[in-house]
Design a protein around this ligand. Structure first.
Ligand code: MN
Length: 257
C-alpha cells in the first residue's frame, strides 16, 4: 500500500512524525508537507508562483520526505502528479494539533488536504487531536494505522467522500468509543481584536474564543467533548438540498426583469 502523507502544521511538526512512525509499518509512506505552518489556509492552491519541493530527512525518523513551499492541497497535487509518479492508494493528513470540527472544516488546511485526495477519487482521511498543547498523539497514530489497514483491506467509501477523524486529547485507555458523526456547528466570539501598535497605528488580529454551542449528540463536537473519537464522512457538494426542493416553485422569471 502506498500512502501520501501531508499536514498543515508543517513538516517539522510532532503530529506528522507520530503519524509517519505509525503508518510506516503498514505502508510505503510518501511525505509531502509544507515547509512551515499552514493552518487555516483552507483549500488554497498556488497558481501564481513556482512550487518548490526539497528532499529532507523527517526529524526523529529514518524516512525521507519532501518539504514544499505550498499549501496542504498543493502538497497533495505535487505528491500525486509530481513526486510519486503514480497515484497513492490513500491520502492521509495530520495529525493536526487542534480539533477540526463543525465550521472549522471550511478553514482547515488539514481537512482540505484530505479533500484534495478525494478530488482525485482516492480514499482519504484527515486526523486531528483536540488540543493545542501537551498533546498525546499515541491514540490518534495507532487509530490512523488501523484505519489505513482497513481501507487497504477493502473498506469502501464512495468516490469523493473522505473521513474527518477527531480525537479527544486523552490516552487511548480513556477513550469511550467511536461515534460516526455529522458535522456540527462551532462558532467563535470576538473574532476580531483591534489593537494599537507601538507606533500608534491600528491593527487587527483575528482569533476569538470558542462560543459554547448547543451540540446535538450526533455531531462531531459532542463526540469529542464527551470522550469519544468522532469520524465524520464528508463530501464536497455544498448544495442545500432541502432549500433546493423548497425553491422549486419560486418564480425566478421576475429576477430577470
Ligand atoms: Mn494545523
Amino acid at each position: 500500500m502506498r500512502i501520501l502523507l501531508t499536514n498543515d502544521d508543517g513538516i517539522y511538526s510532532d503530529g506528522l512524525r507520530h503519524l509517519l512512525t505509525a503508518l510506516s509499518p503498514v505502508a510505503e509512506v510518501f511525505v509531502v508537507a509544507p515547509d512551515r505552518e499552514r493552518s487555516a489556509t483552507g483549500h488554497a492552491i498556488t497558481l501564481h508562483k513556482p512550487l518548490r519541493a526539497e528532499k529532507m530527512n523527517i526529524p526523529g525518523t529514518e524516512t525521507e520526505g519532501w518539504k514544499t513551499n505550498g499549501t496542504p492541497a498543493d502538497c497533495v497535487v505535487l505528491g500525486i502528479l509530481g513526486i510519486m509518479g503514480c497515484k497513492p492508494d490513500l491520502v492521509v493528513t495530520g495529525i493536526n494539533a487542534g480539533p477540526n470540527l463543525g465550521e472549522d472544516l471550511t478553514y482547515s488546511g488539514t481537512v482540505s488536504g484530505a479533500m484534495e485526495g478525494a478530488l482525485f477519487d482516492l480514499p482519504a482521511f484527515a486526523i486531528s487531536v483536540a488540543a493545542y498543547a501537551d498533546i498525546d498523539f499515541t491514540a490518534a497514530a495507532a487509530l490512523a494505522a488501523r484505519l489505513a489497514r482497513q481501507i487497504d483491506s477493502g473498506l469502501q467509501l464512495p468516490l469523493g467522500t473522505f473521513l474527518n477523524v477527531n480525537l479527544p486529547n486523552i490516552p487511548a485507555a480513556g477513550i469511550k468509543g467511536i461515534k460516526i458523526t455529522s458535522q456540527g456547528r462551532r462558532r467563535y466570539e470576538d473574532r476580531l481584536e483591534k489593537r494599537i501598535d507601538p507606533r500608534g497605528r491600528e491593527y487587527y488580529w483575528m482569533g476569538g474564543s470558542l462560543l459554547q454551542m448547543d451540540m446535538p449528540p450526533e455531531t462531531d463536537g459532542w463526540a469529542v467533548e464527551n470522550g469519544y473519537v468522532s469520524i465524520t464522512p464528508v463530501h464536497m457538494n455544498l448544495t442545500d438540498y432541502d432549500t433546493l426542493h423548497r425553491l422549486e416553485n419560486w418564480d425566478t422569471g421576475s429576477l430577470l426583469g
